[in-house]
Design a protein around this ligand. Structure first.
Ligand SMILES: C[S@@+](CC[C@H](N)C(=O)[O-])C[C@H]1O[C@@H](n2cnc3c(N)ncnc32)[C@H](O)[C@@H]1O
Length: 212
């Protein structure tokens, strides 16, 4: 991983700056069920409560933002300024005043410990330069008892899954995902895995919920 210059933070930033204009065309629909599933779960749990802080890391062009209940205080971050331009545009067009958007690296979060009630990382962890460092930052900034939702493809399956992995390899390379990425690679003692759900086409992607 460290040997591939594209997977260094500067390479990831450049890749997504270049992808920004075509991102929604390529990835808005294919990933939509997973985004909606995670945010609907958060809305159902916290939408009617006051003073709930949510962090979304790697928000990209902001495709999830319109889903969040307006009672939630949402902070959305990404390292790609070009992706964020689209997110900011979406926030303005939809008047999403409950959402704050910032340029920031999820592997070095500028937030205090135990700050958020819920954190989401949708299709981000497998493009991270250092997925464990990202998980540790999510664990540090979520409150004790709080939840962390990770949506990603993981290569834990065999047979049909590895067939699709080969089929999707060019796309995987294009967006900078690691082709073979196992759930074991992001397990850290601070976060306990509490649920696993398959999502998106053929259940090829997975939503993991962790609790601190
Ligand atoms: C595949 S896109 C996912 C975008 C969005 N979450 C979605 O649902 O479509 C991955 C995003 O993660 C961002 N990203 C990658 N590494 C990051 C990091 N260390 N900190 C913040 N954002 C990061 C990229 O810039 C990109 O916008």
């Amino acid at each position: 991983m460290g040997d591939n210059p594209c997977m260094k933070i500067s390479g990831i930033k450049q890749k997504y700056d270049r992808l920004a204009k075509s991102y929604d065309l390529l990835f808005s629909h294919i990933f939509e069920p997973g985004r909606a599933q995670v945010v609907d779960t958060i809305n159902a749990r916290f939408g009617n409560k006051g003073d709930v802080r949510v962090l979304e890391v790697g928000v990209g062009t902001g495709l999830s933002l319109a889903h969040y209940n307006r009672n939630l205080q949402v902070t959305a971050i990404d390292i790609s300024p070009k992706m964020l331009e689209f997110a900011l545009d979406r926030k303005a067009k939809l008047a999403l005043e409950h959402i704050i958007i910032k340029e920031m690296n999820a592997e070095h979060l500028a937030f205090p410990d135990h700050h958020f009630d819920v954190i989401t990382a949708l299709y981000v962890i497998s493009v991270a330069e250092n997925p464990v460092k990202m998980m540790q930052e999510l664990a540090r900034t979520v409150k004790p008892g709080g939840s962390v939702f990770i949506a990603s493809h993981f290569s834990d399956g065999k047979g049909i899954v590895s067939f699709f992995e080969r089929l999707l390899a060019p796309l995987t390379h294009y967006v900078g995902w690691k082709s073979y990425f196992k759930t074991a690679e992001i397990m850290i003692p601070e976060l306990k895995l509490v649920s696993t759900h398959k999502t998106n086409i053929f259940g090829y992607w997975t939503i993991l919920e962790f609790q601190k």
